[in-house]
Ligand binder design. Structure first.
Ligand code: ADP
Ligand code: ADP
Ligand code: ADP
Length: 205
C-alpha cells in the first residue's frame, strides 16, 4: 500500500505510523524525523533546515522533495510506503505526483487526521520521543514505564525543541495556511446548496 498521512502537529500520525507500517510491511517516511536526524548530525541539509524548524515554519520545498525523492528509491520502500508529514504544500504534492508517475505507481489512500486545534497543545507539550525508533510517549496519555526512558531499549527519551505552546501556534498556522487549503477540502455540507457551491468554488479557485 502507498499511504499519505495528513494532519496537524500532535494529531497522532507518528503514533499510528509504526503500527500500520508493521501490519502492512511498509516503509515509514517521516520528513520531520529525517530532518531532525539531519539537524542532530549537522549535515548540510540539517544546517539549512534548522532555523525554519525551530521557528515552526516549513522548510523549503526543494529540501524536503530532495529527501523524499531519495528515500522512496530505497529497496525497502518498493512494496509500499507511509508518507508522514509530506506533502505539506501544493508544490510538494505536484512533485510527488511526478515522482510517482515516473515510477508508474499510485497512492492508495490519503488519511486525514481530523482533530480540533484545542486538543493539540496538551498532546504536544506532553510528548516524549525515542529518536532512533520513532516511538512516541506522552506524560499523561501514554507514559513510559520509567519517566524519560524508552520501554523497549532503555535508552533516553527526548523532547522536541519545537514542542512548546508558542512554537505549536506557529506550526498550526503553517498547517492551516499552507497545508490544509491546498491538500484537504472540508466542506460545510450542512449549509444551503448555494453556500456549499460558493465553498466548492473557493476550494477550486
Ligand atoms: P504527530 O506525529 O501527528 O505530530 P504524535 O503521534 O507524535 O503526533 O502524537 C502527539 C502526542 O500525542 C504524543 O505524545 C502521543 O503519545 C499522543 N497521542 C497520539 N495519539 C493520541 C490519542 N489518540 N489520544 C491521546 N494522545 C495521543
Ligand atoms: P509535526 O507533525 O509534529 O508538526 P514534523 O515532525 O512532521 O512535525 O515536522 C517538524 C518540522 O519539520 C516542521 O515544523 C517543519 O519545519 C519541518 N518539516 C517536516 N516536514 C516538512 C515538509 N513536508 N515540508 C516542509 N517542512 C517540513
Ligand atoms: P542545538 O543544541 O545545536 O541547538 P539540539 O541538540 O537541540 O540542537 O537538536 C536540534 C533538534 O534535533 C531538536 O529538535 C532536538 O529535539 C532534535 N534532536 C536532538 N537529538 C536528536 C537525535 N539523536 N535524533 C533526532 N533528533 C534529535
Amino acid at each position: 500500500k502507498r499511504l499519505i498521512l495528513i494532519g496537524p502537529p500532535g494529531s497522532g500520525k507518528g503514533t499510528q505510523s509504526p503500527i500500520i507500517k508493521d501490519e502492512y510491511c511498509l516503509c515509514h517516511l517521516a520528513t520531520g524525523d529525517m530532518l531532525r536526524a539531519a539537524v542532530a548530525a549537522k549535515t548540510p541539509l540539517g544546517v539549512k533546515a534548522k532555523e525554519a524548524m525551530n521557528k515552526g515554519e516549513l522548510v523549503s520545498d526543494d529540501l524536503v522533495v530532495g529527501i523524499i525523492d531519495e528515500a522512496m528509491k530505497k529497496p525497502s520502500c518498493q512494496k509500499g510506503f507511509i508518507l508522514d508529514g509530506f506533502p505539506r504544500t501544493v508544490v510538494q504534492a505536484q512533485k510527488l505526483d511526478e515522482m510517482l508517475q515516473n515510477q508508474g505507481v499510485k497512492v492508495d489512500k490519503v488519511l486525514n487526521f481530523a482533530i480540533d486545534d484545542a486538543i493539540l497543545e496538551e498532546r504536544i507539550t506532553g510528548r516524549w520521543i525515542h529518536p532512533s525508533s520513532g516511538r512516541t510517549y506522552h506524560t499523561k496519555f501514554a507514559p513510559p514505564k520509567v519517566l524519560g526512558v524508552d520501554d523497549v531499549t532503555g535508552e533516553p527519551l527526548i523532547q522536541r525543541k519545537d514542542d512548546t505552546a508558542a512554537v505549536l501556534k506557529l506550526r498550526l498556522e503553517a498547517f492551516h495556511k499552507q497545508t490544509e487549503p491546498g491538500l484537504v477540502a472540508n466542506l460545510h455540507a450542512e449549509k444551503p446548496p448555494k453556500e456549499v457551491t460558493v465553498e466548492v468554488e473557493k476550494v477550486l479557485s
